[in-house]
Design a protein around this ligand. Structure first.
Ligand SMILES: [Zn+2]
Length: 466
């Protein structure tokens, strides 16, 4: 029997397997013993898929709970598929319990249904169908299960310390047709003193945002004025600018004013789709700015970030044909213990040089009393459109869907770069709503089946006997 027929026959079993995997709340937690570095539940999810692999006759390996794989076939070359079993916390407001795997309206609901347990089950059954159909393969195929993709990527560091890299592969953890260009990423933390100076307005609190890679939805500042008259004048001056989403409240304590900014959240890799509450607040406070280093830091935000997301104020704006424009997100700001610090997430085009960028940024900081106290960088990742892997996967996708869309460039990061010769391939189809990391995450049953067919054909095309 053809492997595609075998996939169709396993539909009910696939749904059950995905439901059982979704029922394990594999959110990262503290280590729970030697083989559970990310907590008991993630370890259980890994044990679950490896036990499934053993039951179906695959070679399996558990690397101390960091990651694992199941393998099929023989040959010198290795084709790898990277999926992950950890999920982000469920959050509130779900229509169905987030760890139930409820099937309704042709959809399987649950945290991880789309990111990334649904795709994991799809590749598991794709490989099983190839194996059961007895097609001749000339290469080994490995499904590699990562266990902390959503947090530190320690899983892949550990895995590739002990195991060889696949010769090529894909990670079904984003969207179709495929992603062949991922921007570089630079994470920076700036810090400075937050002292006050003179007898002007005192900035007591300036805070906003939750995570570096999320556009802040909310920010607020607390100001202390020398007298009540000054407070009324300051409040009026702030509000007179007519900036959308800015409110000011007189606090019960003497001469204190709270100013809040409401923005729109978005992912840190697409800051232009959001409305940054922190930079908006810095702009709103301009009419009441006082002396001292806390105000200098706010002035830095206003002058060097402004309301833009392209890094122009820091002199790092750039773009290229392959990946588009640099983006920058000021994700978190806090005043704390006499200090002010802020966290920035920069996604840079293929052509940008991280060291030069960092030098340019650092040169802008001293006048504002700030310095870089933490920095980390991740190189960009790119496979040209005429690369064999890109060609093979595109062809399989196009045959199955009829969609001729070109490969995609993104500012997001996937496991593809850890593969080297790798791209992100599915599971989201063009035009579908994004449900990963949101409430009511789901995968449609028909999409699960369609993904499985695509992955089976792709693995066959990559690993078949030449
Ligand atoms: Zn994911």
């Amino acid at each position: 029997m053809d492997f595609l027929d075998r996939i169709q026959q396993k539909k009910a079993e696939m749904i059950t397997t995905l439901q059982e995997l979704l029922a394990i709340p594999s959110v990262e937690a503290d280590p729970a013993g030697p083989d559970a570095p990310f907590g008991r539940e993630i370890a259980r999810a890994l044990e679950y898929v490896l036990a499934w692999g053993e039951r179906h006759g695959f070679t399996t390996k558990n690397l101390s709970g960091y990651a694992g794989h199941l393998e099929y076939g023989t040959g010198d070359e290795l084709v790898g598929v990277l999926v992950h079993l950890d999920v982000v916390p469920a959050g509130e407001g779900w229509r169905y319990p987030p760890f139930s795997g409820t099937v309704a309206d042709g959809k399987i609901y649950g945290r991880g249904a789309n990111d990334d347990k649904g795709p994991a089950v799809a590749v598991m059954y794709a490989l099983k169908a190839l194996k059961d159909s007895g097609v001749k393969l000339g290469k080994k195929i490995r499904i590699i299960f990562g266990c902390d993709e959503e947090s530190g990527w320690q899983c892949m560091k550990h895995y590739f310390k002990h195991e060889r890299k696949p010769d090529y592969g894909f990670t079904p953890d984003a969207c179709f047709p495929l992603i062949n260009s991922e921007k570089g990423q630079m994470a920076l933390k700036f810090e400075g003193d937050a002292t006050v100076d003179g007898d002007g307005v005192v900035l007591q609190v300036f805070t906003g945002g939750t995570r570096r890679n999320v556009v802040p939805e909310h920010a607020e500042a607390v100001l202390l004025f020398p007298d009540h008259e000054g407070l009324e004048r300051g409040k009026a001056a702030i509000l007179a600018q007519g900036i959308d989403g800015i409110e000011a409240f007189v606090l019960p304590e003497k001469n204190q004013l709270k100013v809040s900014a409401q923005g729109v959240s978005a992912h840190g890799s697409t800051p232009e789709q959001g409305d940054n509450a922190v930079t908006k607040l810095a702009q709103a406070l301009a009419p009441v700015e006082g002396g001292g280093s806390a105000w200098a830091a706010v002035r830095f935000i206003r002058e060097r970030f402004g309301r833009e997301t392209n890094g122009r104020g820091l002199g790092i704006n750039c773009q290229d044909e392959v990946s588009g424009a640099l983006t920058l997100n000021l994700g978190v700001v806090r005043t704390e213990g006499g200090k002010i610090w802020m966290e920035v997430d920069i996604r840079s085009p293929q052509s940008a040089d991280h060291e030069t960028m960092k030098e340019k940024i650092a040169a802008h900081l001293p006048p504002y009393g700030l310095e870089i106290v933490e920095s980390s960088m991740m190189a960009p990742h790119y496979l040209p459109a005429d690369h064999h892997l890109v060609q093979v996967l595109l062809q399989v996708y196009r045959e199955e869907t009829g969609d001729m869309s070109p490969p995609v460039a993104t500012g997001g990061r996937t496991y593809a770069m850890t593969l080297g010769n790798g791209v992100a391939f599915g599971p989201g189809f063009p035009g579908q709503p994004e449900t990963a990391h949101q409430k009511d995450e789901y995968i449609a049953v028909e999409d699960l089946m369609r993904c499985t067919r695509i992955y089976a054909k792709a693995l066959y095309a990559l690993a078949k006997e030449e």
